[in-house]
Design a protein around this ligand. Structure first.
Ligand code: SF4
Length: 339
């Protein structure tokens, strides 16, 4: 672990400034800004279709064909948006890495997993074949893969979902990156495996002093894992704050609805703890969000003023984009679904 990681102690290791993503003329992510500091764990929450994954992919420079990004992504002071693709490739897996929800889509199905981990070290650390294999075995042990000499010869499809996700984590942390972006890393896993994966992830980022951006729709996970939370809806960050203040006293009606519905599910024994049921209405299809505040069609507090997008402004302990925020003393979020 590097004590100088991220430059000076008060300089964020990653600063995203006014990041937008478009598909042709269609805006999908609107001027997103946030900082990550070394050792900090930040949760990015919101329903599917809110723009969370697109934001992470834009930061990594991994947007699909037809999508373009604008703005600044400052990694240790260097703007990745204005650097070469070669430089971004050098940083991916080394300075910044990503853990995906479904490792089958990210792992090479035709390469043995031990070799896939070793390749990261060979490319970024210039290790020879034997040294890379030795280190890969150590990394497999570190992520709880027993008997790495046996499992290194497996192909991804021969492993369980939990083992594949551990391999992804071993690859993502192999070079001790300063920033890890994890996109729903445990959603596809069963509850016991999920809990061990989260524990592992927390341990590794702490050991490496990495900054973690954890994308999830699961408030139980974010509550356990994050120091700070960003809420995203309609491609906008609509609220941010410390985990405790945001979950105890959400001020944006969307965050408030997320917290309320999540709490309601947690007390429903038939539903998985922390899972998000649908809030009233549904996330509009791409390009179908209303003008002005994107939550306008679903928000019980909306009025004509909401036809204009509110700015993100400090409000008590949070920063909120809403013309009519939920009062601070509104009480238990679970008692005010739709308030
Ligand atoms: S700006 Fe208006 S529509 Fe948007 S969340 Fe606030 S009250 Fe609701």
């Amino acid at each position: 672990m590097s004590s100088t990681r991220g430059g000076s102690a008060d300089m964020p290791v990653l600063s995203v400034r006014d990041l937008s993503v478009r598909a042709g003329d269609l805006p999908l992510v609107h001027g997103v800004s946030f900082d990550l500091s070394a050792g900090e764990r930040v949760g990015l929450i919101g329903e599917s279709g809110s723009g969370k994954s697109l934001t992470a992919l834009a930061v990594m420079g991994l947007l699909g064909k037809g999508l373009t990004a604008q703005g600044q992504v400052l990694f240790e002071g260097q703007d990745l948006m204005s650097t070469t693709e070669k430089r971004r490739c050098q940083l991916r897996g080394n300075g910044l890495s990503m853990v995906f929800q479904e490792p089958m889509t990210a792992l090479n199905p035709t390469m043995r997993v031990g070799r896939q981990i070793g390749e990261v070290l060979r490319v970024h650390r210039n290790l020879g074949k034997r040294a890379a294999r030795e280190q890969a075995r150590g990394l497999m042990e570190r992520v709880d893969i027993p008997d790495p000499v046996h499992y290194e010869r497996h192909y991804p499809h021969q492993l369980s979902g939990g083992q594949r996700q551990r391999i992804m984590l071993a690859m993502a942390t192999a070079c001790e990156p300063s920033v890890i972006l994890a996109d729903e890393p445990t959603t596809a896993l069963d509850v016991t495996v999920q809990s061990r994966m989260l524990e592992l992830m927390r341990k590794l980022v702490a050991e490496q002093n990495s900054a973690l951006l954890l994308i999830t729709h699961d408030l139980a996970v974010v509550s356990e894992m994050s120091d700070r939370i960003l809420t995203m809806y309609g491609g906008h960050i609509v609220e941010s704050g410390s985990t405790k203040s945001l979950l105890d006293h959400p001020r944006h009606p969307y965050t408030s609805a997320l917290v309320a519905t999540s709490n309601a599910v947690t007390v429903d024994s038939k539903a998985p703890a922390g899972a998000l049921p649908m809030i009233e209405g549904s996330v509009p299809a791409t390009g179908q969000f209303p003008t002005g505040c994107p939550f306008r069609d679903r928000c019980p507090r909306a009025d004509e003023k909401c036809a204009v997008m509110p700015p993100l402004e400090p409000l008590g302990d949070q920063v909120v984009a809403c013309w009519h925020p939920v009062p601070e003393n509104a009480g238990d979020p679970a008692s005010r679904v739709g308030a």
